[in-house]
Design a protein around this ligand. Structure first.
Ligand code: ADE
Length: 228
């Protein structure tokens, strides 16, 4: 899968893709991430990519021309399945959305800044608008990194243990059950006996019950349309 991320703060995107699972996905050639500095497409030699809002008001608006130029250059090279705009008024990201995006081949992510982009960009070029939560960030870069991470880790082959992404919270509509590791007892705090029993089916059953219980307590909204 290929990601082209368009940003006017490209430095903010360096670190998230240079470590751990996201780095390994690229090393294994399962994912390509290309970061594009929007200032390269500025309308003048001063690097201008934004301007005051028509009608007045505080905050700058990202102009359509630099974005159009950058998108046109990318689209001339390959077909894209989605142009995603990161914005607090987009659809709130969840596991289902990440799963759907993970099936795509070529994706552009556009990061907004300041007051956002000229509305015509959204009307003409953007196919999906995604928010990572009901709060406002300084720009779309951190949201883009969150979105890309959620997508990349479920691409087959990215995680070493294939089943691990499938047992994540939300993957079966439930929160994940509690996990423990050695030692079996620490300062009197014991691991539940069932997990030390070696009885696979019983352990699966326990985990399932714990997942339901945890979801009931912390996120009852997730159980609304289920039989649990
Ligand atoms: N840009 C600013 N706030 C954002 C949010 N909550 N989600 C995605 N992009 C954003």
């Amino acid at each position: 899968m290929r990601f082209d991320i368009i940003s006017c703060q490209p430095d903010l995107l360096e670190s998230p893709f240079s470590h751990s699972i996201l780095k390994r996905a690229q090393t294994k050639d399962l994912v390509e991430v290309h970061i594009h500095d929007l200032r390269k497409y500025a309308i003048n030699k001063h690097g201008q990519i934004d301007d005051y809002a028509f009608g007045g008001g505080a905050g700058m608006v990202m102009m359509i021309e630099p974005i159009d130029k950058c998108l046109s250059e990318l689209k001339a090279q390959r077909e894209y399945d989605a142009v995603i705009y990161m914005t607090p008024d987009g659809e709130t990201l969840n596991q289902n959305i990440a799963n759907q995006f993970s099936l795509l081949q070529n994706v552009i992510i556009l990061c907004g800044h300041y007051k956002g982009v000229d509305e015509r960009v959204r009307q003409q070029f953007v196919t999906h608008e995604i928010s990572i939560g009901d709060y406002v960030l300084s720009g779309g870069e951190l949201g883009a990194a969150v979105l890309a991470d959620a997508i990349i880790r479920i691409i087959p082959g990215v995680l070493n243990d294939e089943s691990s992404a499938l047992t994540d919270s939300f993957q079966d509509g439930l929160l994940a059950p509690p996990v423990y590791t050695r030692p079996a007892e620490y300062k009197g705090l014991k691991v539940p006996d069932i997990l030390l029993s070696g009885d696979g089916p019983k352990i699966d059953e326990w985990r399932f019950e714990q997942a339901i219980e945890r979801t009931r307590l912390r996120r009852p909204d997730l159980l609304k349309d289920t039989d649990f």
